[in-house]
Design a protein around this ligand. Structure first.
Ligand SMILES: [Zn+2]
Length: 447
């Protein structure tokens, strides 16, 4: 709000000092959330297991709620970009590991390659090293990778080129479990729901070298672009909820928005592990992530919704994994139904939006320049922002109108609407949707 007031005041001063034409005023603002609601809820799913699409989507559509689905693109059977190690031949790396112990210099290459050595059951070295590294224990991570290579050199594992065992382990599914296909994803309503990237193979990116981090981020973006269209390349979630700074820099370069981290000067981020209560924040917005697990009680899940409703600045981002028995920490269809119905009971006050739409809304609002003028018996609003071509989400504007205006027409370009005239202690106003960086908005009395 401060930013808006500041830019409007500068404009008022600028116009007052040089332009005797239409009179500037401050009769218009962008509402904090779409349709002037109290808070926002985003429902996301990680790992693209089959029941996201067969169970959760039908439930959500029944209630008119969009979801965001982070896809492991290399786990979709008909993908163009299959799991792949980018680098030297792995035999060379194995051979070298016999001469040079694993150290800080060669760690990222070896940790990237170890899932691709061509032996059965060695992927757990990558997983364990990733966990230790993320916990800040680099020494132990190095030791785990070193042990893995040593066991491979000593012939402890049978040759096997199947990457499927690793994918089954991260998806938490039994071998042979049905997987989602691109054809089925294309049959879903991609204008309503958002699909985003969860990388090609769901690795611990923090222990990988640059070439392999880029492969995971860029090839999965390319796959989503080619299979589902550019609209589904806006947001990503780097696996295992990583907040590793080196990884984040690559993600920011590849995707406009990232669920792991979204550094903005106006946004406080409380991640899934945070114990902080969002009500304490002084920030314009708080993104509050909560990840319901199998044992998370319904009452606790409902309390997150209640907390969101008790403030005006909370964007509740829910992170689901398994659904109805398939995937990590699954929630049942019945629980999802109960929970989504509870959210839906508050639809007057809660904006249920994809991650993409909510991210766009808060950014567009905070980087907006709103100029409003009274021009004779018409009001005029110029609505622009400084963001790039991704940011074309229609937003809710609230304009104060003169007392006595019973009925109003709002026109932008060749679009026009007649919003309901509302009133509060400060007088009459209207709420309407408008497009940024488009034609000026003109408001006048109808009839
Ligand atoms: Zn995941």
């Amino acid at each position: 709000m401060k930013y808006l007031i500041a830019s409007v005041s500068i404009l008022i001063f600028a116009l007052w000092s040089c332009d005797p034409g239409p009179e500037p005023d401050d009769h218009t603002e962008i509402t904090k959330w779409q349709d002037d609601k109290t808070g926002a809820v985003t429902i996301t799913y990680d790992d693209s297991t089959i029941n996201h699409f067969r169970v959760a989507i039908p439930l959500m559509e029944e209630l008119g709620m969009p979801g965001t689905f982070y896809i492991i693109t290399g786990a979709v059977p008909d993908s163009e970009h299959k799991p792949e190690f980018i680098g030297r031949p792995v035999d060379e790396i194995i051979e070298e590991s016999g001469r040079i112990p694993t150290n800080e210099e060669n760690f990222f290459e070896r940790a990237s390659a170890i899932r691709y050595l061509g032996y059965e059951d060695v992927h757990h070295y990558h997983t364990r090293a990733g966990q230790r590294y993320e916990q800040g224990n680099f020494e132990e991570a190095i030791a785990i990778i070193d042990e893995g290579y040593s066991n491979v050199r000593e012939g402890k594992y049978a040759p096997d080129d199947d990457f499927g065992a690793y994918l089954n382990s991260v998806l938490y599914v039994e071998p042979g479990t049905e997987l989602i296909t691109w054809e089925e994803l294309r049959s879903l309503d991609g204008d309503f729901h958002e699909f985003g990237s969860h990388t090609v193979t769901h690795p611990y990116l923090a222990i990988m070298d640059e070439a392999n981090i880029l492969f995971e981020l860029e090839r999965s973006r390319e796959e989503l672009h080619n299979q589902l269209g550019r609209a589904h390349t806006f947001s990503a979630e780097a696996p295992f909820g990583t907040e590793d700074e080196r990884v984040m820099e690559y993600v920011y370069e590849t995707y406009p928005a990232n669920r792991n981290r979204m550094p903005e000067p106006f946004l406080e981020e409380l991640n899934r592990a945070s114990q902080e209560e969002p009500g304490e924040s002084e920030q314009e917005y708080v993104q509050w992530q909560r990840g319901p697990l199998t044992d998370t009680p319904m009452e606790l899940m409902k309390s997150w919704v209640d907390t969101t409703l008790a403030h005006d600045n909370i964007w509740l981002v829910l992170v689901f994994h398994g659904v109805e028995g398939i995937g990590w920490e699954p929630k049942s269809e019945e629980e999802l139904n109960t929970y989504f119905s509870y959210i839906n009971e508050h639809e007057e006050d809660l904006w249920v939006a994809t991650f993409e739409d909510a991210a766009k809304y808060v950014r567009q609002r905070m980087y907006a320049d709103l100029r409003s003028l009274t021009d004779g018996d018409r009001l005029r609003v110029d609505f622009t922002h400084t963001l790039d071509e991704w940011y074309t989400l229609p937003m809710t504007l609230k304009t104060r109108i003169p007392a006595g205006w019973q009925s109003v027409v709002v026109a932008q370009g060749d679009q026009s609407q007649q919003p309901e005239v509302r009133s509060d202690n400060n007088g009459s106003y209207i709420l309407y949707r408008a497009l940024p960086n488009d034609e000026p908005i003109v408001i006048e009395q109808a009839g």
